[in-house]
Ligand binder design. Structure first.
Ligand code: TYD
Length: 208
């Protein structure tokens, strides 16, 4: 059986990923494409427990190193629990965030550096790089405006505008560095306009 394709969605908090994933889910259900949706951090029993530690607003004393390692640990478990089994069954795997989130948030924004974050992720990921990554390009200002402010219980969203600017800068650098894999979509378009772009990208790359 032919292996499934691995697609990831990336972007700043509030960029409109969830809406696109919902639209894609409806589309794939209607077209009968075998697929799974999953997310990071999380996507399985153990990785969801790690997610709870990572996103808990009470854990504000967590070090940047611990944070980066926990994201990578959750990823290693999630890959084996959910991603690999679905790919080997020939299913399309759509994952809300993946290693580019660690590069944008931990390497660029927390300042841990691309070398360190790439190294721990190379260990967690082995060969699993996405076939296609959709980057919804929306600045943090536009994203927060759309979301009506941060959720005060969310540790990462408390990090402030400067942090999110760095995340955004990181994503733009990654998109320039890996144009073959990372496909940029203009997040200022309407949800339907963005979705048309998403479908085009997935078709062009033989995913649907
Ligand atoms: P979530 O509520 O799922 O946010 P969103 O809907 O924007 O995806 O929370 C995930 C948060 O975790 C988000 O702020 C990005 C962050 N994150 C990292 O910092 N590094 C990572 O490797 C991953 C996967 C996520």
């Amino acid at each position: 059986m032919q292996r499934g394709k691995f697609i990831t969605f990336e972007g700043c908090d509030g960029c409109g990923k969830s809406t696109q994933l919902r639209l894609l889910s409806d589309y794939l259900e209607k077209s009968g494409v075998p697929h799974i949706f999953t997310r990071e951090p999380g996507g399985g029993k153990i990785s969801e427990s790690i997610r709870e530690i990572l996103l808990n607003g009470k854990n504000s004393e967590m070090t940047d190193e611990c944070e980066a390692l926990l994201y990578a640990a959750a990823r290693a478990q999630h890959l084996r629990d959910r991603v690999e089994p679905a790919l080997s069954e020939g299913k399309l795997v759509i994952c809300d965030r993946y290693v580019d989130s660690s590069l944008a948030y931990q390497a660029y924004a927390r300042g841990l550096g691309v070398e360190f974050v790439s190294k721990i992720n190379a260990f967690a990921l082995e060969k699993y790089l996405p076939d296609v990554t959709v980057f919804i390009d929306l600045s943090p200002e536009d994203a927060f405006r759309r979301k009506n402010g941060a959720d005060e219980n969310d540790r990462l969203e408390q990090a402030g505008t400067a942090f999110h600017q760095k995340v955004y800068g990181g994503y733009k650098e990654l998109a320039e560095k890996y144009p073959e894999r990372i496909k940029r979509v203009d997040g200022k378009k309407t949800p339907q306009g963005i979705f048309e772009e998403v479908l085009k990208i997935l078709k062009e790359n033989g995913c649907i």
